[in-house]
Design a protein around this ligand. Structure first.
Ligand code: SF4
Length: 156
C-alpha cells in the first residue's frame, strides 16, 4: 500500500484530536473529488513498517492524547489496500486502549465484499458512499455530500 499524508496531530478529520492517514488508490472517480492525486495506487510513497509503528506510538502518546485514528484517502477499502489496513486496525484495537477508528470509503456499506467487511470488525465508524457534487453541502459534518452516511458500528 502507498499513502499520501500522515498527520500525527489532526483536529479537522473526525472528532477530537486524532492521527490521520490518507492512503493512495481509489476507483470511484467522483466528480468534484478534492483528492484526485490519490486515485492511482502507485501515487504517494510506500506505507512501511516504520510508519505503522509510528502511528501506534502516536496513539499511545500520553503527552498529546489522541481520541483515535482517521483513515481516508484515496480509499482505505480499495481491495489492494485492505490487507495492510486490516493489519493496522487490528494493531490499533489490540495495542491502543480505547482509541476509536473512523474510516471514509467511496463504497456503500452493503456493497462491501467479504474481504472488505473484515475491516468493519475493528473500526468504530464507517462514513460510506461516493462524493456527489449535486448533493454537496458545506454544513455537513464529517461528510461532503448528503448521500454519504455515518455508520456507528455496534460490535456487541
Ligand atoms: S471516493 Fe473520495 S477519493 Fe475517491 S474519487 Fe470519490 S471523493 Fe475522491
Amino acid at each position: 500500500m502507498n499513502y499520501h499524508r500522515y498527520y500525527p496531530v489532526d483536529v479537522v478529520n473526525g472528532p477530537g484530536t486524532r492521527c490521520s492517514l490518507f492512503v493512495a488508490g481509489c476507483i470511484h472517480q467522483c466528480r468534484g473529488c478534492y483528492n484526485k492525486s490519490t486515485w492511482s495506487l502507485n501515487s504517494g510513497v510506500p506505507f512501511t513498517q516504520d510508519v505503522e509503528d509510528k502511528i501506534i506510538a502516536d496513539l499511545q502518546d500520553t503527552e498529546i492524547k489522541r481520541q483515535g485514528l482517521s483513515l481516508s484517502g484515496g480509499d482505505p477499502l480499495h481491495p489492494k489496500n485492505v490487507p495492510v489496513i486490516l493489519k493496522l486496525v487490528k494493531r490499533v484495537k489490540n495495542e491502543c486502549h480505547q482509541k476509536d477508528i473512523w474510516l471514509w470509503t467511496g463504497y456503500k456499506i452493503d456493497q462491501l465484499t467479504l474481504q472488505q467487511r473484515q475491516v468493519l470488525d475493528y473500526i468504530d465508524v464507517l462514513v460510506d458512499g461516493k462524493f456527489v457534487q449535486d448533493l454537496a453541502d458545506p454544513n455537513l459534518i464529517w461528510r461532503g455530500s448528503s448521500n454519504q452516511v455515518i455508520h456507528h458500528l455496534n460490535h456487541k
